[in-house]
Design a protein around this ligand. Structure first.
Ligand code: PMP
Length: 396
């Protein structure tokens, strides 16, 4: 069968692939520790599950408007006002099947063939693929430890051409956990305004931010920046709701209207019980959000310390999300692997720890480890990796 050209170059999600492989090994009875997964290990808070259950019992099991329930949009509007001081109307919002689908709808609606989207690397695996699917050209701008993996105004300026349509900013970042400060965002924003570049601000890890840092959205810096920005967010990470598939985009009304038309012709609406759950997530108590964040912060500190004891590992300590992104080029060399990809493969097959190679994030010298798992498992994982590296080093 001859498949469509647009699908032939599509790379499957590297993070989902490693999780599938780890599960396959587990199925064969091998004791694999999976640090590939990008989701909280906590269950969804009880009051949210209860709200979905009640909604279903009341018959709220039918289609909703394509852009989402008005009541949910209102809950999101209240959240934006409370958290960022941002004011939106329902027509500025579309509720989607997870934040991933908000991005998909956005790129399909925005991009013409050949339009360029600037994506700082390391990036979340999905961005370049979605841009390509829409006929766009991902312009990857590499960053490294020296700028804490953050895009600088100089680098942004150099990447801009007359085809540049948008810039993606992801703070806190997957995979590095880095967060942009107000001043850093203002400097990037100024350049985007000057060149009329749309800012796609993926804020899905907004609530997972540590060391007393504050999340800042580029849209809250000025009225002009707000009109130039589409915010992407959702409840997946903040409320441990990855499986419910509720995300949203907030931005220009004309853009949101067309994204909503596309949703109406593709998915109809996000799952109705999930939308009721998301209302409860935003309107109900935020205590569990705070508790999960404290757990993540404790795990970060513990796991970071343990990883830094491993020869050949170096890592900028993150302030957000639930990933560590160490540079392990040296560790690969010390253990006799010429690429980090091969080192990561051996970690899985020999040490039975699944991590995601940095190649999928556009940074091949690194690996991503998720610390969304218990402290005991993290200690055991770090011990396995350390033992693997030290044994290989001495046997060479
Ligand atoms: N953006 C980033 C940076 C992510 O890491 C993820 C999930 N891995 C998403 C968006 C998508 O989240 P959702 O589950 O809401 O689709």
């Amino acid at each position: 069968m001859e498949l469509a050209n647009r699908i032939k170059t599509l790379a499957p999600s590297a993070t989902l692939a490693i999780t599938a492989l780890a599960n396959e090994l587990k199925g064969k009875g091998i004791d694999v520790i999976g640090l590939g997964v990008g989701e909280p290990d906590f269950n969804t808070p009880e009051h949210i599950i209860e709200a979905a259950y009640q909604a279903m019992k009341e018959g709220k099991t039918k289609y909703t408007p394509s852009g989402g329930l008005l009541a949910l949009k209102q809950a999101i509007i209240e959240k934006f006002a409370k958290d960022q001081g941002l004011s939106y109307e329902p027509s500025n919002l579309i509720v989607t099947d997870g934040a991933k689908h908000a991005l998909y709808l956005l790129f399909q609606t925005l991009i013409n063939d050949g339009d360029e989207v600037i994506i700082p690397a390391p990036y979340w695996v999905t961005y370049p693929e979605q841009v390509k699917l829409a006929g766009g050209v991902p312009v990857i701008v590499e960053t490294d430890e020296t700028t804490k993996f953050k895009l600088t105004p100089e680098k942004l300026q150099r990447a801009i051409t007359n085809k540049t349509k948008a810039l993606i900013i992801n703070s806190p970042s997957n995979p590095t956990g880095m967060t942009y400060s107000r001043d850093e965002l203002a400097a990037l924003g100024e350049i985007c305004l000057l060149h009329d570049i749309l800012i796609v601000s993926d804020e899905i890890y907004e609530k997972l931010i540590y060391d007393e840092e504050q999340h800042v959205s580029i849209a809250q810096l000025s009225k002009e920046l707000k009109s130039q920005t589409v915010i992407i967010n959702g409840v997946s990470k903040s409320h441990a709701m990855t499986g419910w598939r509720i995300g949203y985009a907030a931005g220009d009304k004309a853009l949101i209207k067309q994204m909503t038309s596309l949703a109406s012709q593709s998915t109809s609406n996000p799952a109705t019980p999930s939308q009721y759950a998301a209302i409860a997530a935003y309107r109900g108590s935020q205590k569990s959000v705070e508790e999960m964040k404290l757990q993540f912060e404790k795990r970060l500190n513990l796991f970071y310390e343990k990883l830094m004891e491993i020869p050949g590992f170096s890592c900028v300590k993150p302030h957000g999300a639930f990933y560590l992104f160490p540079n392990v080029k040296e560790a690969a060399k010390l253990t006799g692997y010429d690429t980090v990809d091969k080192f990561a493969e051996a970690l899985l097959s020999e040490a039975h720890v699944a991590v995601v190679p940095g190649t999928g994030f556009g940074s091949p010298d690194y690996i991503r480890l998720s610390y969304a798992t218990s402290e005991d498992i993290l200690v055991e994982a770090a011990a396995r990796i350390k033992n693997f590296v030290e044994t290989k080093m001495t046997s060479r």
